[in-house]
Design a protein. Sequence first.
Length: 188
Amino acid sequence: MPDLIIKPTATSGNKLILQDQAGGAVLTTADSGATYANATLTAPTIANMANCTFPAGHILQVVQYSATSEVTSSSTSYVSAGLDKAITPSSTSSKVLITVTQVLDQSAAGRAARYALYKDGSIHVDFFGYSHAGDSRIITHNSMMYLDSPATTSSVEYGLYFKTFGNGAHIARYSGHLGTITLMEVSG
């Protein structure tokens, strides 16, 4: 069976308008393309969302990693806490919301630690330090969030790093089994 073609006269601005029973325009053509209005799509399947536009603040993708091993360090230089994860933004206007939770187990009194968020292997944000001057071992649960604007569609890796500081020999244990990093791409 041949195609059935319906089109307006080939003059700029002419339209083909399909209306519902109430006279409302459901499908209106333009010189190129069409507008579909006041209609319901029931269970559509979209194979590729690359051409879709999402409103600002919409979550586009989420990646997460949970550490499974403990990292111990007495270094005064930053070391990886084993919480590293990469994300590839779909647009240069996207932002990445980074959420990190972890437990720091300081081996003895007077120990201190400082955290930093690394981006592609370099320090990006120096978060905070924690110290304990008492005479007992302390375990702290920490969480942090940061909204980054990577301005790229290439893979970006974020990671939590920590170091010890203060007087004397310090050992900070990062308890990895309670640590996670979550990266969310947010439409810009």
